[in-house]
Design a protein around this ligand. Structure first.
Ligand code: BGC
Length: 429
């Protein structure tokens, strides 16, 4: 029988929330995701990111809610297509709007961690072949230099690129995201190019900050890969290397290993100030095939296994490998009816509190229900529920639980008895 002991965080930890611009802002139609969502059949419910949570106009209301919940760390993204709507032309009004948001965060004492690229590209960049096109690194760096120079007085923490592996695999290998290609060699080339963009962006940002402190990393999607036997077999190891380990080594140290980064010309060094870990689930493999998660296991609304041990295994592994602090840049679950999110939070945060001394930050994915890429508005990851038609926002019970954890620096017996219902009382899991 599982026990629910109270716990405290024995070391300081920043507990926050994460979002991405395409998923919440709305009112932007000149990017790859809006173009993709308009193609019939690409998004589960036929929705597009054109309205989402109206965060572009309603950001004050959302930040007010964050403040009410006691959230003091916020990972937010900037939409490249707004900032550079035409190649080489920067839109001052978009910059001003982002500056306003960053200023409001600072007034409320909420520390921003800014993501520069989170899956979506300006339509003009996508049309020219995105990261596979000639000169793509320079084009990306021009955007990075512009925006970072313009906000460096309001922010000193950055994620260069979100999940280069997922962007490459979904868009170029499985073809389920833009641009819908199915080619392993292209997927590997895209990962390589994104890695080089990250490495160069780190140098560019450090140059902008000169002697001022700045923390930079990227957010990788890390999974646990187990063979069906529960161990990590040969094929699972190969997939793990191609999907996450080889890329992480290159992007963290500038040292390439086949098939990444050969002839990149990058000098070995430290290209991350923290290891950014986005963690959701474990993949059980039979050979090279991923097995469905049996109904007897805890699963979320998308059928992803809930496997809290994974957060400990990954955080400790990457800390030991690179000697850097770990920031959990995303962790969360799709739970439309909020039946198990509180328990999910409890289990993952407990692992961190008791077993992961290197974890300095934890950003829950996500603050508010959003446009969940190919799943559209069907998958609900928010601590805050949003009714997309009326835009009515309600803090879920799990949001109240997280808020309690932040205020108590841990999960007290009172919080546990108020918010956690044991798995055994739940149905359909
Ligand atoms: C992405 C988010 C996404 C989340 C849940 C991560 O891969 O960075 O944008 O919404 O997973 O699917």
């Amino acid at each position: 029988m599982k026990s629910y002991d109270p716990f405290d965080f024995p070391r300081p930890i920043g507990l926050g929330v994460a979002t991405a611009p395409t998923q919440i802002e709305g009112f932007e139609t000149q990017n790859s995701w809006y173009d993709w969502a308009k193609i019939p059949g690409k998004i589960a419910d036929g929705s597009t990111p054109s309205v989402a949570d109206r965060h572009w106009t309603d950001f004050r209301e959302n930040i007010e809610l964050m403040d009410q919940m006691g959230i003091r760390y916020y990972r937010l993204g900037l939409e490249w297509s707004r900032i550079e709507p035409e190649e080489g032309h920067f839109d001052k009004s978009a910059l001003d709007r982002y500056r306003e948001e960053l200023k409001l965060l600072s007034e409320r004492g909420i520390r921003p961690l800014v993501t520069l690229h989170h899956f979506s590209n300006p339509s003009w960049f996508e049309r020219r072949g995105a990261f596979l096109s000639d000169g793509a690194t320079e084009v990306f760096l021009r955007y990075v230099r512009y925006i970072v120079s313009e906000i460096s007085d309001l922010c000193d923490e950055y994620i260069t690129i979100n999940e280069p592996n997922v962007y490459a695999v979904n868009g170029y290998l499985y073809g389920i995201w833009p641009p819908g290609e199915k080619s392993l060699s292209k997927a590997l080339r895209v990962m390589n190019r994104l890695a080089i963009c990250h490495l160069q962006a780190v140098l560019a940002i450090r140059e902008i900050y000169k002697d001022r402190p700045v923390q930079i990393g990227y957010a990788n999607h890390f999974r646990i890969f187990h063979s069906s036997s529960g161990r990590t077999g040969l094929q699972a190891r190969l997939i793990r290397y191609l999907f996450q380990d080889g890329l992480t080594r290159f992007m963290t140290t500038g040292r390439p290993s086949f098939p990444f980064g050969t002839f990149s010309g990058m000098k070995p060094g430290t290209y991350c100030d923290f290891v950014g870990v986005n963690y959701y689930t474990r993949s059980k493999m039979k050979g090279f095939r991923e097995l469905p998660v049996p109904a007897s296991k805890p699963r979320n609304d998308l059928g992803w296994e809930i496997y809290p041990d994974g957060i400990r295994l990954l955080a400790n592994k990457y800390h030991d490998l690179y000697g850097l602090p770990v920031w959990i840049t995303e962790n969360g679950t799709a739970d439309r009816d909020d039946r198990f999110r509180s328990e999910y939070l409890y289990d993952h945060l407990r692992e961190i509190a008791l077993h992961c001394p290197s974890v300095e930050r934890y950003y829950h994915w996500t603050f508010i229900d959003n446009f969940e890429w190919a799943e559209g508005e069907t998958a609900r990851f928010g601590l805050v529920a949003n009714h997309f038609q009326t835009q009515e926002r309600t803090i879920r019970k799990s949001g109240q639980f997280y808020s309690g954890i932040i205020r108590n620096n841990g999960a007290s017996a009172e919080l546990i008895s108020e918010y956690i219902i044991p798995w055994t009382n739940k149905q359909n899991i």
